[in-house]
Design a protein around this ligand. Structure first.
Ligand SMILES: Cc1cc2nc3c(=O)[nH]c(=O)nc-3n(C[C@H](O)[C@H](O)[C@H](O)COP(=O)(O)OP(=O)(O)OC[C@H]3O[C@@H](n4cnc5c(N)ncnc54)[C@H](O)[C@@H]3O)c2cc1C
Length: 431
């Protein structure tokens, strides 16, 4: 099969579609974005009887939620020590606990909604690209056990072949609690669950602006879309790396970064077992990292930031060869394996590399998942829905301040990405 520049996961499922009715005049809650965050919020709110309208520029699951590696990961993007020194013990403990709860949250939704998405608690493996990265694993595991009562297992180089069929790494660290799934099937299932709960989803309906309804007794928002204007009591922004001009204050707080994935042809069973004997979700210890896994039908799925810029036809095409070379460095056994699919998607990084949730100028939001969003986006959608419904859920991410760039130096167009890319490559070289 020749190389196809499209998302392999989409070949494994049918996305649900909402029929195109007229946009209602009013809703209790307007949710912008139909990915994990928006759909999980829609399910929770609609089940509690709220009149929910989800507005999606493209189609259900079109964004990062159908394009990702399907790694359902514990922890946050930053390491435990860095989190503790930045936020203190208590807040960090609550954030770490939330990261573990987010995996249970995904599992519970999959079970309750009967979503056929190959969810498996297969664990993840982080592999060390340098000796000093490996030396740090024991310290990290010790801090995580002591502070968060969570066990990680350090795997020295001489035992690493039981975890991965590659000899280039200095050792690894396993977390058995993480999981893997098929993200397109999962987001399709979330979409069906939201529709079943009677949320209304409007596809191909970009939101153009959100502004306070002027001169009116009732508080709320006018949400203007390509199909007309909707009045909503509350608005929840769930647009992640695709956050744009409709919500400029949030756009300025996020850096959209491209991430790219290739998948090989279906591999022989013996070779697949040799590459990934325990079917782990794997990523390496660099800033400019590779992440990889087997798909349920035994393709190698290999991803990374081959280009820092968000996806375009050009960056996707270039990424196929860059990622293939990376994959063969890790697994020379795949030198002759055909690459069948390549695609890209956009990650959302806040300037402090943390997830953020809360209210800005009265509008609710949850975003900034930094490539760790499969579980956390689902969880934040649910927690923010509980908050919008009037509960007081424990959500430590509400307590983080949301940094931006002073003096208007950044308006949401990431002009500095080539420099950032070079900087991270430099850090990987020296550290
Ligand atoms: C290539 C890649 C690999 C990844 N791998 C992993 C992984 O293995 N594990 C992990 O945990 N995370 C991973 N992530 C991150 C994870 O996919 C995201 O954090 C998560 O999907 C975010 O979900 P979301 O619902 O917040 O946003 P999205 O799924 O991106 O949805 C946002 C939606 O908002 C819509 N939208 C934007 N603006 C508007 C507007 N004005 N009006 C209406 N709609 C609008 C967009 O069309 C889009 O569909 C990866 C991401 C990428 C791109």
């Amino acid at each position: 099969m020749p190389l196809v520049e499209s998302n392999y996961w989409l070949t494994t499922t049918e996305m649900p579609h909402s029929d195109s009715r007229e946009l209602p005049k009013r809703a209790d809650v307007a949710i912008i974005g139909a990915g994990f965050t928006g759909l999980s919020a829609a399910c929770t709110l609609a089940r509690r009887g709220a009149n929910v309208v989800v507005l999606e520029s493209e189609t259900i699951g079109w964004g990062a939620s159908s394009r990702n590696g399907g790694m359902v990961l514990t922890g946050l993007k930053l390491g435990a020590n860095q989190l503790i020194s930045r936020y203190g013990r208590d807040l960090t403990r609550r954030m770490y606990a939330a990261s573990l709860a987010s995996i249970d949250c995904v599992e519970q939704i999959v079970r309750e909604e009967n979503i056929d998405c190959d969810l498996s608690r297969c664990g993840h493996l982080e592999v060390a690209c340098k000796q000093k990265h490996f030396d740090d694993y024991a310290r990290q595991a010790e801090v995580i056990a002591r502070e968060f009562s969570h066990q990680l297992r350090v795997v020295p180089k001489d035992q690493l072949s039981s975890e991965i069929g590659s000899i280039i790494y200095y050792g690894g660290m396993v977390d058995e609690v993480s999981a893997g799934l098929n993200p397109a099937r999962y987001v399709a299932g979330l979409g069906r669950a939201a529709l079943k709960a009677r949320a209304q989803i409007f596809e191909r309906t970009p939101v153009q602006s959100v502004y306070r309804r002027p001169n009116h007794g009732d508080t709320g928002w006018n949400v203007t879309t390509s199909r007309g204007t909707l009045f909503a009591r509350d608005v929840f922004v769930a647009t992640s790396g695709y956050t744009g001009r409709a919500t400029p204050a949030l756009q300025k707080k996020l850096i959209p970064i491209g991430s790219y994935i290739i998948t090989t042809e279906i591999l022989p069973e013996g070779l697949a077992r040799e590459l990934c004997p325990r079917n782990r979700m794997i990523y390496d210890s660099k800033n400019y990292l590779y992440y990889y896994r087997l798909t349920p039908d035994r393709r190698m799925l290999f991803g990374g930031r081959a280009a820092f810029f968000p996806e375009t036809a050009q960056t996707i095409r270039r990424s196929a060869e860059i990622l293939r070379q990376g994959m063969v460095e890790v697994y020379p056994q795949l030198r002759d394996a055909k690459i069948e699919y390549v695609w890209g998607g956009t990650l959302d990084f806040a300037f402090d590399i943390m997830p953020h949730a809360g209210q800005m100028d009265g509008i609710y939001y949850a975003l900034g998942y930094a490539g760790h969003g499969v579980a956390m986006a689902t969880y934040q959608g649910q927690k923010m829905a509980e908050l919008i419904a009037g509960d007081n859920p424990d959500n430590p991410f509400l307590e983080l301040s949301f940094p931006g760039v002073p003096l208007g130096l950044y308006t949401g167009r990431p002009w500095f990405l080539p420099l950032a890319g070079m900087w991270y490559k430099f850090l990987d070289w020296v550290r």
